[in-house]
Design a protein around this ligand. Sequence first.
Ligand code: SF4
Length: 344
Amino acid sequence: MSLLSPNVVGMTSVGVGTSTALSPTRSEAPSLPTASLSPSRAADFMSCPLRYRFRAIDRLPERSSPQAVRGTVVHAVLERLFDLPAAERTLEQASNLVGPEWHRLLAAAPELADVAGDPAGPPCGVKPPQAGQLPEWLTSARKLLSGYFELEDPQRLEPAEREHLVSVVLDSGLTLRGYIDRLDATPSGEFRVVDYKTGRTPGEAFEGKALFQLKFYALVLWRTRGRIPAELRLLYLNDSTMLRYTPDEGELRAFERLLDALWRAVARATATGDFRARRGVLCQWCDHQQRCPEWGGTPPPLPPVQVPLAASGLASATAPRGTRQSVALAAAPHTMADGTPTVT
Ligand code: SF4
């Protein structure tokens, strides 16, 4: 993995411009709570199993921040940009798409009006309105697009896929799925995965999470296309930084074992109801402090869910409500003290 800024080198993209329909509120690949893993849910379980439970099993609502909604708009603009003829893919055209994409998103999710400071918007689900901030917010989205143009020249690219849902069932029975922002391909069959990030480049402490996501996509593509991506590229638009990663087969095999071990840990937690809270730096962004034991709260009863046989190696079971037991994780490549696999 390398950090470059700002620089575009390597593969020239060619291919047929196809696009998966964009869900305006897409932030996560659709998944069954205990049948599949996305990069985000896997990362949730590794950082805090209880947070995973709240999100993947309880499916408790969370607030959308203005930054997250802005990220959705910017992703939509970057997808639409490639609908235009190559010569028209300019920063000005991209900036012109911000307003229409925002309104398209708003039409699909009116509760997001709060982000624009509309006091008539529904009060739940979104952080408190900040009146009069819409122009500034839209300008900040255009700044992110400016950051993109410092990294790539979209006039030279013809993505093979955009907002592309990838999915694979591993030999263990675990389904992996996720959305790839852009897939570039060459006539020789090589391909490159591109992911846009609207936050800042992560510090060393969070670099592992970005690497985890890239390996996840690389593994799915390798297993579905029989070819390891030539490159995985993260574009941090906020500070015009590119993070590139070239996976190899041995690494991806090890990563697959890690995911299988992680899945067994999820299955065991589901079977026993033991989703432990792990207090840490991410708590400050967690919407569930009021129901978290680490913060004096009490989790709601665990909904009944089926533990999948294939990945767990356990007898199929319905998770008991409120049962808490200590469960050891066997044969995990890297584990924390409570048995949760970790990213290395
Ligand atoms: S507040 Fe912290 S410890 Fe509690 S569920 Fe959220 S991330 Fe986990």
